[in-house]
Design a protein around this ligand. Structure first.
Ligand code: NCD
Length: 306
């Protein structure tokens, strides 16, 4: 087993599949009245969140607690970070406290890599800047596999603000490792020019959502990340949603079996219409539930739980 999960590229097909299979076993547990396993009793998991988060932070906390680990939640706000303490000094403090795993979310791409050099425990990337978010990709893959039965040969469209999306990057890496065909779709200003070539030969680029939908088994809508935009990347919100938003008429272009995903948080009415988000085809709430099982599997396997 690998020691750290910093990038979806850390996972080969066998390791990724082991995580998904283990997550399925963990999911069986959440149906029980007592949702706890003793697997990580006595181990310490620190959640180090420098960036805002709802789902991911709660999900990692629930996962660690269900495995009986001791959980320490650190958020930059209200800590010595606001006094200017560096990531390195914070890392040394965690090290002194004997953290077995550190889950980190940070606005700087590469922060998890640096952290792994300063602590002895396992490092799990919970989102670094615009770079990667590997556990999100794992929970997305898990959701696709459980809804559609397979990943190999699956046609997945990832739509919207690909440029700023760590979710997109990790998904492209993981899904192509697992045999899926990925098409990234969005306005040219929001798609990195070299995305297909740089990321994988199994990745295609399209600027035309309507053309891609009829040939997709999965459509994953991305949040337009205005907080990371210093320039204007499209004329107006209305224009964006007219071309790249998923509304009811557009959803009808998908094959009957296709599912609609979104990592959250959503801009309802911008990249996704409320009726689409709340439709039976949407797996958005399921993704959140699956996130806990997948993160349990990741912590369990990285920490060699029994
Ligand atoms: C994503 C993130 O923070 O990278 N959300 C999440 O983890 N559920 C996507 C986003 O912020 O748009």
């Amino acid at each position: 087993m690998i020691k750290h999960l910093r990038s979806a590229a850390d996972l080969d097909a066998a390791t990724a599949t082991l995580i998904l299979d283990t997550a399925a076993e963990m999911a069986a547990l959440s149906g029980r009245e007592v949702k706890k396993l003793p697997a990580l009793r006595g181990r310490t998991v620190v959640n180090l969140f420098y960036e805002d988060s709802t789902r991911t932070r709660i999900s990692f906390e629930a996962a660690a607690k269900r495995l009986s680990a001791d959980v320490i939640n650190f958020s930059a706000k209200g800590s010595s970070v606001s006094k200017g303490e560096s990531l390195k000094d914070t890392a040394l403090t965690l090290q002194a406290m004997g953290a077995d795993a550190v889950v980190i979310r940070h606005s700087a791409s590469g922060a998890p890599h640096r952290l792994a050099g300063w602590v002895d425990g396992s490092v799990v990337n919970a989102g670094d800047g615009t770079h990667e978010h590997p556990t999100q990709a794992l929970l997305d893959a898990y959701t696709m596999r459980s809804r559609l039965g397979r990943l190999d040969g699956l046609r997945v469209a990832i739509v919207g603000d690909v440029l700023h999306s760590r979710v997109a990057r990790s998904n492209v890496l993981l899904l192509t490792t697992l045999g899926a065909q990925v098409t990234v779709v969005g306005p040219p200003t929001l798609i990195p020019l070299d995305v297909a070539a740089a990321l994988s030969s199994r990745t295609r680029v399209s600027y035309d959502l309507d053309a891609v939908l009829p040939d997709s088994d999965v459509v994953m809508m991305l949040r337009v990340q205005t907080e990371r935009m210093q320039d204007s990347y499209f004329p107006s919100a209305r224009e964006y949603s007219r071309r790249y938003g998923l509304d009811m008429p557009r959803m009808k272009k998908l094959p009957e079996h296709a599912i609609v995903m979104h990592p959250g948080p959503m801009n309802r009415g911008m990249e996704i219409a409320p009726e689409v988000a709340d439709s039976p085809r949407s797996t958005i709430v399921e993704q959140v539930a699956n996130g806990v099982s997948v993160r349990m599997a990741v912590l369990y396997l990285l920490l060699g739980g029994k």
